[in-house]
Design a protein around this ligand. Structure first.
Ligand code: ANZ
Ligand code: ZN
Length: 745
């Protein structure tokens, strides 16, 4: 099928071994740094996905270019290895998640290595390693000390199938993100993290980072900053109680014809359970409500208005109460119509200023931080009968996961850890009295909220990372990851960073200077790749047939990096042939030629250099292809020029270029060489001139620079394709040198 001169299956493992032993991708802790990061994966049993390859190769291209530009590059990899699949597997098989995880990591690592990614493996981390999660636990305790970790009985999203509490972010269209079961509301005591305290800064500081607009917009919508007013409505019914409403439209107050309360607030206010529904939601289509019997005074016009309880008022936004303006709000209108409440259309629109006070509200809720799970970091707390909640002392960290017999939650919905009596029963670190360990574990977003610090100092046993090293490496210069993490991981880790920054434990107020995001790779049938559809492409299979360089080139060539693209098995042959032709070119390379100038090569160097920065990998590669076509037309290529061509191709196809680099007699590794600069291209000696007849363009001719009018005119009159338009006497000729010649007839 392929030419024999290029044999990736032989040269790729050879170079991988050599690079490994020469440690050419190892980062030091000094020099001009560049920290390039991709989201570390959950090592699932399915192995690497072609989508992983897209993200890792793209940033590998950037990392390789940066190294060649002389930077001290950190491009690390690790494992975000706590998570549900390993635990579900343990429930089914009894095999400890640690064992499954180890096996999966080995497979992932082998696959990554076969792609020639330039990770610094000496800094590999694993969130399930007790030496790592010791620091996840330690950071949790800093939150606790600062009053930002607290226990609360909250109405949580509860998945009845997984028997697990879910954060809002984990509920998609009312269903559990993991299993698709409709989510219920449930009251449960949970550990919470006070992310809402940072809502304003998480919103505002997006101004200071280089993120794509779509990421900023999505985060801002999620944080949901809203400026409005809080207005008090006194109750008419004798008492001196009042109801506070939150409104973004205080100017509509004269049109407010009733108040609507969330069921929770109505109960607090009246002591009565109106029992309309637990699932309040602002978008509830079917409006449900009841009259509380209370009356309030509209402070604007002093009118007495009814107070209702309604299913479209949520208890956890604003004040949990609204002033309803049916004339101007559709939801209020529907509710008013259904329950025959007054609707006033022409109301006074001025003079509303004095009634409220300005407030800012956020939709963001505090983060539910406990799970009733086995395979997660134990929350390092102890409950003492006398002292209450006591932090596990630093010297006793990490609190390691004990072995369990069963991985399922207990009958009361507690974590499987609650069954391990020997582990649970401890002495209180404060008073020595009887105490019990907390049995909740952390959500899988914990370990990934700070992992980017650890790469800078992965083996530290005294701190989560040394302050000097943090100062040197932070912030991450360029972070690529999935859009689906915008309101989860990306927001959570920004929050942890801001907290640690306030604690003076990290040096920058934002963790990532620049964020980019890749599109998905869809299967050949245009659908999402999934096991059940049987349309998954395994990168390992592609590497085994075509080689890693071909796969890398193909994935970078498929389409614009930020967009979704469709896999095409036929498409893989193109990049493969391209590499073969480069091998063919190497036979025309001569050492002796000096100062050979090939304009297209200089243009290509310039374009590839800038296209990599803007992630236009596909256009960089097509330019490289155009250039190689042109090189094929040259009889001889100088060693210098061919070497420079190889250098700009090296980030995409590291193995093939290294092989040819050596073959044409260059020293050291191509990946340690200096990124080439384009030389000034020699000026064209000819130029295009448009030909017009009576102002209408009829063609274009090539003429020498500075050609005189008479000769230009002659060329036109001799051109068979244009002269046919000159159908009469030429009255006048207007020539703008080097641009256009116009014949008036
Ligand atoms: C009067 C009004 C008149 C309103 C009008 C809107 C339009 P955003 O922008 O999303 O912050 N609201 C306030 N708290 C609510 C709650 N807990 N549940 C449901 N709805 C609530 O939305 C603010 C507006 O949503 C507020 O302004 C309030 O209705 C409603 F022509 O007050 B408005
Ligand atoms: Zn105690």
């Amino acid at each position: 099928m392929y030419m024999s001169k290029y044999n990736p299956l032989k040269i790729e493992p050879k170079w991988q071994k050599k690079w490994d032993s020469q440690k050419i991708y190892k980062a030091s802790d000094k020099g001009d740094k560049s920290y390039i990061l991709v989201e570390f994966p959950y090592p699932s049993g399915d192995g690497l996905h072609v989508g992983h390859v897209r993200s890792y190769t793209a940033l590998d291209v950037v990392a390789r270019k940066r190294r060649m530009e002389g930077k001290n590059v950190l491009y690390p990899m690790g494992w975000d290895a706590f998570g549900l699949p390993a635990e579900s597997y343990a429930v089914k098989t009894g095999i400890h998640p640690e064992i499954t995880t180890k096996k999966n990591i080995a497979n992932f690592k082998k696959q990554m290595k076969s792609l020639g990614l330039s990770f610094d493996w000496s800094r590999e981390i694993n969130t399930t390693d007790p030496k790592y999660y010791k620091w996840t636990q330690w950071i949790f305790l800093q939150f606790l000390k600062a009053g930002l970790a607290y226990k609360a009985k909250t109405e949580i999203n509860w998945c009845p199938k997984d028997k697990i509490g879910l954060a809002n972010e984990e509920v998609i269209d009312g269903k559990c993100e993991r299993c698709g079961t409709p989510v219920e509301k449930r009251e449960k005591e949970q550990w919470m993290l006070g992310i809402t305290k940072y809502a304003d800064r998480l919103d505002k500081d997006l101004d200071n980072v280089d993120y794509p607009d779509r990421v900023k917009i999505q985060q801002r919508n999620w944080i949901g900053r809203s400026e409005g007013a809080e207005i008090s409505f006194k109750l008419a019914t004798g008492s001196d109680k009042e109801i506070k409403v939150f409104t973004t439209r205080p100017e509509t107050i004269f049109g407010a014809t009733f108040l609507a309360l969330s069921p929770k607030l109505a109960k607090e206010l009246t002591g009565k359970d109106f029992d309309i529904t637990k699932d309040t939601d602002r978008e509830n289509k079917e409006k449900i409500g009841k009259d509380t019997g209370l009356k309030a005074i509209n402070p604007a016009n002093k009118e007495e208005i009814p107070v209702w309880v309604a299913n479209y008022v949520s208890s956890d936004y604003g004040t949990g109460a609204i002033m309803a303006v049916p004339a101007d709000d559709e939801r209020d209108m529907n509710f008013a119509k259904k329950f025959n409440l007054p609707i006033v259309k022409d109301y006074q629109k001025t003079g509303f200023e004095d009634f409220g006070k300005k407030v800012v509200r956020y939709k963001l809720r505090d983060w539910i931080f406990s799970r009733q799970r086995y395979w997660g970091e134990p929350i390092p707390l102890i409950h003492c009968e006398k002292c209450g909640v006591v932090a596990v002392p630093d010297k006793d960290l990490p609190v390691k996961l004990p072995k369990v017999k069963k991985y399922t939650y207990t009958d009361t919905g507690e974590s499987p850890l609650a069954n391990v009596e020997k582990w649970v029963n401890v002495k209180c670190p404060k008073c020595g009295g009887k105490a019990r360990r907390e049995t909740d574990t952390m959500p899988n977003w914990a370990g990934s909220s700070w992992y980017f610090y650890r790469y800078g100092d992965p083996k530290n046993t005294k701190a989560f990372a040394d302050a000097k090293k943090l100062k040197y490496w932070q912030p991450v210069d360029w972070y690529n990851g999935g859009m689906e993490h915008t309101t989860l991981h990306l927001l959570y880790s920004r929050f942890w960073n801001k907290f640690l920054y306030d604690q003076k434990l990290v040096p920058t107020s934002e963790p990532y200077a620049k964020r980019t995001s890749h599109g998905l790779i869809l299967a050949e049938d245009g659908e999402k790749m999934s096991k059940s559809r049987g349309n998954v492409v395994n990168p390992e299979d592609v590497v085994k047939v075509h080689g890693a360089d071909t796969l890398r080139l193909y994935e970078m060539f498929m389409g614009p990096f930020e967009q979704n693209v469709t896999w095409s098995t036929d498409g893989i042959v193109g990049p493969r042939r391209f590499l073969e032709r480069i091998f063919g070119l190497s036979e025309k390379v001569y050492k002796k030629i000096e100062n050979q100038k090939i304009n297209i090569l200089e243009k290509t160097i310039e374009k590839v250099t800038s296209d990599i920065e803007t992630m236009n990998f596909n256009t960089a590669i097509s330019q490289l292809m155009i250039c190689s076509n042109a090189l094929e037309k040259e009889e001889k290529i100088s060693q210098e020029n061919f070497a420079r061509f190889l250098q700009i191709l090296a980030p995409f196809a590291p193995h093939a270029t290294e092989e040819l680099w050596q073959k044409i007699g260059m020293k050291n590794s191509i990946h340690k060489s200096e990124w080439p600069k384009e030389k000034e291209v020699s000026k064209d000696t000819e130029t295009n001139v448009a030909v017009q007849i009576n102002g209408k363009t009829r063609g274009v001719i090539r003429v020498k620079n500075n050609e005189n009018e008479e000769n230009v005119r002659k060329i036109v009159e001799e051109s068979t394709s244009i002269k046919k338009y000159i159908t009469g006497q030429i009255k006048k000729v207007i020539y703008v040198p080097g641009k256009v010649i116009n014949f008036i007839i």
